[in-house]
Design a protein around this ligand. Sequence first.
Ligand code: AMP
Length: 560
Amino acid sequence: MHRFAETAEAIAGTSSKLKKIAFLADYFRALEEDDLRAAAVFFTGRPFALTDARTLNVGWSALVNAVQGLSGASDEDIHQIYLDRGDLGEMAERLLAFPSGRGRCEARARQGEASIKAEGPNPATIQSKFSDLVKLSGASNKMPAVLDLLRSLAPAEAKYVIKIVTGDLRIGLKENTVEEAIARAFDRPIDAVRRANMVLGDIGETAVLSKRGELDKIALGLFRPVKFMLATAADTEDEIFATFPRAFYIEDKYDGIRGQLHLGEGRAALYSRTLDDVSHQFPEIVEAVPALHARSLIVDGEIVAFKENQVLPFALLQKRLGRKRPPAALIGEIPVSLMIFDILTLEGRNLMDEPLLERKKVIESIQWPAPLRVAPFMLLEERIQLEPFFEQAALRRNEGLMLKDAGSLYLPGKRGMSWLKWKKALATLDVVVTGVEFGHGRRRDVLSDYTFAVHHDGKLLNIGKAYSGLTDREIADMTEFFKQHTLQDYGRFRLVEPAVILEVAFNGIQKSDRHASGYALRFPRILRIRQDKTLSEIDTLDTVEKLYNRHVAGGRGAHT
Ligand code: AMP
């Protein structure tokens, strides 16, 4: 991992995208296949490929304990350095490089070992150690393996391995830059590399096939979920009409969860936004598939709670989300539907490269058995007022509108300008909880007050605190969770692992030095826990600044 860490440092040290690509391409070119497969994945900040559902389940406190054990650092040091660096990997590097007390003996022993094996473990070895970690259950069983892993690494390597374990590399490298580096390293067309990564959902495999010159062998596969196409937020009607000079579709924006349905080889499966198989969670959707006349297809839609011809509030769907295998009574009480708005393949024909206009025609040509439903759409060819559509959507309990360029292709994993989302609500932000506090009165024994942060330049900056919005049940669950994931316990306040993503709504935004972000939110409240989003997907300080500028400029409602 020595070269990996060196390359990561070089990438973090430059803001030039071209230089980042060059450093990474040089590194990739020198690797054997197995190391290339692992390293390409690691550079996207993940331990395993996107389509690989395994999780390490090594929490922040386990990592902190391990680093503390190896370095001999005091609680005070840990706290100070973590606050200073705001990153567990950086904290580990610093503490392992300057151990204290019994940590020094550990370090000397490690140096001795390191001089015997001049080369540290390579990326493939680290990934196989990750695989071993997955197989161990329970924090106490995992701890010896975590210690073993960290012992085998130099401090600079430990820094990056920890960043990969926590799922966030924070070196200013996006997945599309990794794709460009692969294209450069092996002299392949960037479009071919991107397409392969979209279809495989595995950048490691993409890198290996690029090295071998076998990119053209990849076909869109059934039961291999494809990354979802994403939308960019729009603020005003002017912005929407300026983005789409040609015809575009208007659809309701449903407040549910994304679903990709695959049918073929006599079976069906449903995948979530995180590409996990959720077929068992929504049996009524997969069970409807045999009634379809088609033999093979992949469609994209939104799973919503739906009864008596109308969408039910998200809070009801949430009851279903809590159950991996819902009992029949719950399915009867809160049935779900898949609102289909796109189609990727039909009978082996790849439709992703055909315009949306064509894909919509294909959707309409199919008879969909309930609870599979076509999400109603309308083609707009000239400028009219969108506001009334908004109101209609809200009356149907939907959260806004989606606007889609009629000529656009389906670009998996891409948040481009072909799809816009326009939300009517007050501004909302996706944030991560960094600190929790016991409440007052009835809530004095539960952790009900949450301090939360946004991302900025690889750091988490607090921006507010919310007390309301969750049910008693959710607060009880959160209390249990945060007790298990506490980094520092200060009595009534605890610093916690940044693992819980919340969607918060608020009424205003102002500059303030109360929080590290330099902003404070007015009347923040929790809309929901975003189990479908990860730390790398939370909002950034840039978004906050944009909202602030609009707010002080007296703009109408703000949307994200
Ligand atoms: P957001 O989660 O706020 O980034 O909004 C994008 C999400 O809206 C998508 O990932 C879908 O899950 C959801 N959505 C709801 N209705 C639609 C629709 N008609 N077309 C596309 N996405 C939709």
